[in-house]
Design a protein around this ligand. Structure first.
Ligand code: GLN
Length: 446
C-alpha cells in the first residue's frame, strides 16, 4: 500500500504536466494495494502498473484515445489485464496514446499530446507514448503497451526506458482494441530488461479467446537472465546503418555494440535487402486491416453517436465523421482504397507479397546470427508539432521498427545513451519466440 501511495503521489505531481494518463483509478488502486499487503506472493504482488488505454478494463473507461470511445466503460477485462491482475499488480490508471494506436508521436490523441519527460517540448513517441512517458517519469515501475509497427519500441527509445514487443501470437489480443490484427502485439515497458521479464512472464501465453495466440509454453523469462552473451553472434544489418541514421545516434549505437563485443559477443554485418520495402508495405496492410476493424464503430452498438440523426445513413456518416480524428479517417480511407476492386491486386496483394520477402530476410538472417542489433529510430525525439502536418514524414519515422513487425519477430528497445539530452535506444531483434535470448542480451548490456 505504501508503494502504491508513493506512485500516486508522483502521479499527482507529474501526470498533468506530461498528459500521460487519460483515466486515474486511485481509489480502486489504494483499496486493492491494501488488500494485497496480506498476500505478498510472486514477483509482481503489489506492483503498481499503468495500462495503455487500448486494453479493456472492466468497469473503467477504455477510450483508445478516441472521441468515439470517450463514453465507453469496458464490460470485461482484456486477457493481459486479467493475467497481470491475477499476478498481483495494482492498476493506477490508463495511459494516453495515439488514437486507435495510429501514430508515432502521441499527438493524435483526442485528449491532447503527451510530453516527453526529458524535454517537455518534444514528443514521447507513439503510439504508446503515455505508457513510456509514465515509466520514464517514475509514475509507475511498469506499463503495458501495444506495438503494431513500433509503438512500444519507438516510445521506449524516445523516453529512455526498456520496452519489449514479443513475437506475434505470444500475448493474447483478447480485449485489446484491434488496429491491424495481423500485426498487433501487446508488450510492456519497465526500467530494465529484468523488470520486463517478470511482467512478460505474467502477460504471455495461449488464450483460447484469441485464435492467433500461440499454444506454446511460456518460460520464466527472469530465470533466463544469466547475463552471459559470450559466443552469441549479433548481426548488424547494413540497411539499418545506411543513409538516414543521424550521426549522434549512430555513435551511441556503435558504443552500445562495442560494449556487447566486450562482453564476448561476435558481431558481423548482414544484409536484409528488402528493408526499404517495409514502409510502403506496412502502410498498405495496416490501414487495410484498420478499415475493416474500425467498421464496427457505427454509432449504433456502443461509442459515440451524433446528435439528431435524420436517417440511418446520416447516423453512420456523422457519428464516424465526428467520432474519429483526422489520422484515423486518413487510415480508413487508405485502407478502403487499397482493398477496393481494381486496386486490391495492385496494392493489397502486392503488399502481402512484399511482406513475405521482408519476413524472408529475417529467416535468412537468423540462419546466420542469433540476434540482430540496430537503431530504433534515425534520430532522437522530435519537437511537438514538427511532423504533425506531414503524415508521410511521420510514417517514414518508422523505417527501423516496421520490418520486425511485418515478420512477427520479437524486438526490444534498450536505453543506450543520449544526444543533446534526449535518449537514444538500441533495438535488439530475436528469432520467433526467443524472448528469453532477447531479454538476456538486453540485461547483460544493462
Ligand atoms: N507508427 C505506426 C503507425 O502509425 C505504428 C503504430 C503502432 O505500432 N501501433 O501505424
Amino acid at each position: 500500500a505504501d508503494i502504491t501511495a508513493a506512485y500516486l503521489d508522483r502521479i499527482d505531481t507529474h501526470a498533468d504536466t506530461l498528459n500521460a494518463l487519460i483515466t486515474r483509478t486511485d481509489a480502486a488502486a489504494r483499496e486493492r494495494a491494501a488488500a494485497l499487503d496480506a498476500r505478498a506472493d510472486g514477483a509482481l504482488a503489489g506492483l503498481p502498473i499503468i495500462h495503455k488505454d487500448i486494453f479493456c478494463t472492466k468497469g473503467v473507461k477504455t477510450s483508445c484515445a478516441s472521441r468515439m470511445l470517450d463514453n465507453f466503460i469496458a464490460p470485461y477485462n482484456a486477457t493481459v489485464v486479467e493475467r497481470l491482475h491475477a499476478a498481483g499488480t495494482v492498476t493506477l490508471g490508463k495511459a494516453n496514446m495515439d488514437e486507435f494506436a495510429m501514430g508515432s508521436s502521441n499527438e493524435n490523441s483526442f485528449y491532447g499530446a503527451v510530453k516527453n519527460p526529458w524535454n517537455l517540448d518534444f514528443v514521447p513517441g507513439g503510439s504508446s507514448g503515455g505508457s513510456a512517458a509514465a515509466v520514464a517519469a517514475g509514475l509507475a515501475p511498469a506499463a503495458t503497451g501495444t506495438d503494431t509497427g513500433g509503438s512500444i519500441r519507438q516510445p521506449a527509445a524516445f523516453c529512455g526506458v526498456t520496452g519489449i514487443k514479443p513475437t506475434y501470437g505470444r500475448v493474447s489480443r483478447y480485449g485489446m482494441i484491434a488496429f491491424a490484427s495481423s500485426l498487433d502485439q501487446g508488450g510492456c515497458f519497465a526500467r530494465s530488461a529484468e523488470d520486463c521479464a517478470h511482467v512478460l512472464t505474467a502477460m504471455a501465453g495461449f488464450d483460447e479467446r484469441d485464435s492467433t495466440s500461440v499454444e506454446r509454453d511460456v518460460p520464466d523469462y527472469a530465470s533466463q537472465l544469466t547475463g552471459d552473451i559470450s559466443g552469441l553472434t549479433i548481426g548488424l544489418p547494413r540497411e539499418y546503418f545506411a543513409e538516414g541514421l543521424e550521426a549522434g545516434s549512430r555513435e551511441v549505437i556503435d558504443a552500445a555494440i562495442d560494449q556487447m563485443k566486450a562482453l564476448g559477443a561476435n558481431v558481423v554485418e548482414i544484409d536484409m535487402p528488402h528493408t526499404d520495402l517495409a514502409v510502403s508495405t506496412y502502410y498498405v496492410i495496416a490501414p487495410a486491416e484498420a478499415s475493416s476493424n474500425l467498421a464496427r464503430f457505427d454509432g449504433v452498438r456502443y461509442g459515440y453517436r451524433c446528435a439528431d440523426p435524420v436517417d440511418l445513413d446520416d447516423l453512420y456518416t456523422r457519428s464516424r465523421a465526428e467520432g474519429f480524428g483526422p489520422e484515423v479517417q486518413r487510415r480508413i480511407m487508405m485502407g478502403a482504397y487499397v482493398l477496393s476492386a481494381g486496386y486490391y491486386d495492385a496494392y493489397y496483394l502486392k503488399a502481402q507479397k512484399t511482406r513475405r520477402l521482408i519476413a524472408g530476410d529475417f529467416h535468412d538472417a537468423f540462419a546466420k546470427v542469433d540476434l540482430i542489433a540496430a537503431p530504433v529510430t534515425q534520430a532522437p525525439a522530435f519537437p511537438i508539432g514538427e511532423k504533425a502536418d506531414d503524415p508521410v514524414a511521420m510514417y517514414l519515422n518508422d523505417v527501423y521498427t516496421l520490418p520486425a513487425s511485418l515478420a512477427g519477430v520479437p524486438g526490444m528497445s534498450v536505453p543506450a545513451g543520449f544526444v543533446d539530452g534526449l535518449p537514444v535506444g538500441l533495438q535488439l531483434i530475436a528469432p520467433w519466440f526467443e524472448e528469453g535470448r532477447l531479454l538476456n542480451a538486453a540485461h547483460s548490456y544493462q
